[in-house]
Design a protein around this ligand. Structure first.
Ligand SMILES: N[C@@H](CCC(=O)N[C@@H](CS)C(=O)NCC(=O)O)C(=O)O
Length: 218
């Protein structure tokens, strides 16, 4: 389905970016088609003057919806939720809604920034590749312990019950990156493992996966 009453949405994305993956997953869940614009982070395309106009922080993802330009995946998801409310990313129940927002915040503020490209490059230069990896692994595991504790009594098929919500949208790419890039043993986190098993079978998640993007390097 295309976005109603307006031009097609444009997503600036990089295939391996977990923040972009969140937005691709959410767009797929909502059935919104979009144009994909690749920003090659390894070639430094996030620093071009054209991209800087979209996001002075030089990060993907950026969503363009007509005149509206939004960077930051969290803000993009909230925008999509308001403008395209079908297939909601947040439950109506206030407690479950708060839990989804809390999980989303933990992933986007307390896990991903500690292993992102910018942080990794800096640490690798200052303290070396081994320390960089250890720093990422320690902080991903710390975040996963918190998520495990938060969700263990509420988990259903997905993070906060039997519907896919915002918590899942952020957790699934984060778990994929943790296991594949940082070799985290997800079996140490039984609740997260269980959620991930359900999520990784979803066609909307698979279609959003790095390998399936037009800029994927095979
Ligand atoms: N809080 C931002 C973080 C965005 C972010 O960290 N993007 C990464 C890719 S996941 C990026 O563009 N990194 C480029 C760099 O580090 O130079 C969001 O959720 O969108």
């Amino acid at each position: 389905m295309a976005a109603k009453d307006g031009p097609k949405l444009v997503l600036y994305s990089y295939w391996q970016s977990s923040c972009s993956w969140r937005v691709r997953f959410a767009l797929n869940l909502k059935g919104i088609s979009y144009e994909y614009k690749a920003v090659n982070l390894l070639k430094g395309e996030q620093f071009t003057p054209e991209f800087e106009k979209l996001n002075p922080l030089h990060f993907v993802p950026v969503l363009v919806d007509g005149d509206v330009v939004i960077s930051d995946s969290y803000a993009i998801l909230m925008y999509l939720e308001e403008k395209y409310p079908h297939t909601p990313l947040l439950p109506a129940d206030p407690q479950h809604k708060a839990l989804n927002l809390q999980v989303a915040s933990i992933v986007s503020s307390s896990i991903q920034p500690l292993h992102m490209l910018l942080t990794s490059k800096y640490l690798e230069e200052k303290v070396g590749p081994q320390e960089r990896l250890l720093f990422a692994q320690t902080n991903v595991e710390k975040g996963f312990h918190a998520l495990e504790k938060l969700l263990k009594d509420i988990v259903g098929k997905y993070a906060t019950g039997d519907e896919v919500y915002m918590a899942d949208v952020l957790m699934a790419p984060q778990i994929a990156v943790a296991t594949e890039r940082f070799k985290i043993d997800i079996s140490k986190f039984p609740t997260l493992s269980r959620i991930y098993e359900s999520l990784k079978a979803l066609p909307e998640f698979l279609a959003a996966s790095p390998e399936r993007q037009p800029d994927a390097v095979k």
